[in-house]
Design a protein around this ligand. Structure first.
Ligand code: PLP
Length: 381
């Protein structure tokens, strides 16, 4: 982690500082002088993802995740869709974990069939059931380190072993862990995607995405992104670059704050259940402790009572902002039924274990004792 804190600041920076500037300025220029390039993708143009602001981010992100190369995109969804539309073609089939981020799920259930790509969903903790879902045309397997909002930790080692055995590309959306807590390429995943909107930027003021993998793969994805056009604007690159410099400090604080809050809520008489892989009661606590350096800033819980009681509690909190998303400096709180999982039917939510009164907290970097004290006053009579 110490090394990562240094890399977050210094890795990938260009050697000659323009005019001596300590901070890389924003190259807000759509086009650049022609420099004799003979490949279209090498022309200097914002959509071709190659301004200095992009290049620094690519090199930094690759180093943080321990990959050969990286690419930033206009949003996390742009990273996910561009990657999938690069590695899968008409007739191919994808195996996807059954409790992924909602936007990914809707892309997989509503859009990807139009490209002739099939999808099968699997339970992350039931490796014995995976083989039956394989098809001769299965090309890739896709997971997240912790599911949203119940923070289930899939059998990630088994996913990697299964991918190797069946020659599948192993893809992971590492947004919820961030490279500070987990570096999936080290345990054998082939590609990492990120919503950089969350921890990597950390200030809830841009949307951005990232993809990390082999240079060969990233070149292919870059060429596809160059055609699809979902490139990150240099100003957003600059903000992401600035955000990444404090990534390690922020995520360490969020790990601590979430663990303190989960421990506090777990003991509170008005709380029915707490979901956070960092506490011993969590079913995958041992696996999470082995794989992750921390469990991140997101936890969820249920109060005793009804959804109205959950709303009452949320309205009494003074520090937390009621809003979806995560990974920013301020604590956000939401009822997934009203936000991230509003698109699911009641039956789908029930099958996923998401009750109406479930509350998700994405802690910020405020003082941990203040966050707990705020929940204590909100839970008091
Ligand atoms: N992946 C995960 C795990 C997310 O939580 C999100 C957004 O909430 C995304 C991907 C999509 O990212 P973006 O909103 O940057 O497109």
């Amino acid at each position: 982690m110490g090394k990562m804190a240094t890399d977050a600041i210094h890795a990938g920076e260009i050697e000659t500082r323009p005019s001596g500037a300590v901070v890389l300025p924003i190259f807000q220029s759509a086009t650049f002088e022609y420099g004799g390039q003979d490949d279209y993708h090498d022309l200097k143009y914002i959509r071709l993802n190659n301004t200095p602001n992009h290049q620094v981010l690519h090199d930094k992100l690759a180093i943080l995740e321990g990959g050969e190369a990286a690419l930033v995109t206009a949003s996390g969804m742009a990273a996910i869709t561009t990657l999938l539309l690069t590695v899968l073609k008409q007739g191919d089939h994808l195996l996807a974990q059954d409790c992924l981020y909602g936007g990914t799920v809707t892309f997989l259930t509503q859009d990807i069939a139009d490209y002739g790509i099939g999808v099968g969903f699997f339970a992350g903790n039931d490796p014995d059931s995976w083989e039956a879902l394989l098809r001769p045309e299965t090309r890739a397997i896709y997971v997240e380190p912790m599911t949203n909002p119940l923070l289930e930790v899939a059998d990630l080692d088994a996913v990697v072993a299964f991918a190797k055995k069946h020659n599948l590309l192993a893809i992971i959306d590492n947004t919820f862990a961030s490279p500070v807590n987990f570096q999936p390429l080290k345990i054998g995943f082939d590609v990492v995607v990120h919503s950089c909107t969350k921890y990597l930027n950390g200030h809830s003021d841009i949307v951005a995405g990232g993809i990390v993998g082999t240079r060969e793969l990233i070149t292919r994805v870059t060429h596809r992104l160059n055609h699809l056009g979902a490139s990150l604007d240099p100003h957003a690159c600059f903000l992401l670059h600035r955000g990444i410099k404090t990534l390690v400090l922020r995520v360490k604080q969020q790990n601590e704050n979430a663990l303190s809050l989960a421990t506090f809520l777990n003991k509170h008489p008005k709380v029915e259940a707490v979901y956070y892989p960092g506490i011993e009661d969590h079913p995958q606590y041992t696996r999470a402790s082995r794989l992750f350096d921390g469990c991140g800033g997101v936890l969820s819980f249920e109060v005793k009572g009804s959804a109205d009681d959950a709303d009452r509690l949320m309205s009494r909190l003074k520090l937390s902002v009621v809003a979806p998303s995560l990974g920013g400096v301020e604590t956000l709180i939401t009822r997934p039924v009203q936000t991230s999982h509003a698109g699911l039917s009641r039956e789908q939510r029930k099958a996923a274990g998401i009750s109406d009164k479930l509350i998700r907290v994405a802690v910020g970097i405020e003082d941990g004792e203040d966050i707990c004290a705020d929940f204590e006053q909100a839970l008091s009579d």
